[in-house]
Design a protein around this ligand. Structure first.
Ligand code: SF4
Length: 92
């Protein structure tokens, strides 16, 4: 007869085997995003807002010298308009 507490331990161990590789994959993808920027076409960048969303309100935008000047992006390469937008938009 199987001990219920032993069964629970085995279940927890199995779920850990599934979760750990998934976390490793997530961390690896996060690290690669931080290392290499993608192209504007890859991220379907446009120089105008999408609805109410624009680069100035995105967490990845790094502002230029003035509020209206182009800046840069942590994900997309090149000069980025504060009024632009791409598919990686993430609100601040
Ligand atoms: S991720 Fe996209 S929306 Fe966000 S700042 Fe970069 S180009 Fe703009």
């Amino acid at each position: 007869m199987e001990d219920p507490s032993e069964k629970m331990t085995r279940r927890q161990a199995l779920s850990g085997l599934i979760v750990l590789p998934a976390m490793a994959g997530f961390l690896a993808s996060t690290a690669s995003v931080a290392q290499a920027k993608g192209s504007k076409s890859q991220y379907k960048y446009q120089d105008h807002p999408n609805g109410g969303n624009k680069c100035a309100g995105c967490r990845f935008f790094q502002a230029g010298k003035t509020k209206s000047a182009n800046g840069t992006c942590q994900i997309v390469s090149g000069s980025i308009s504060p009024n632009g937008w791409c598919i990686a938009f993430a609100a601040k």
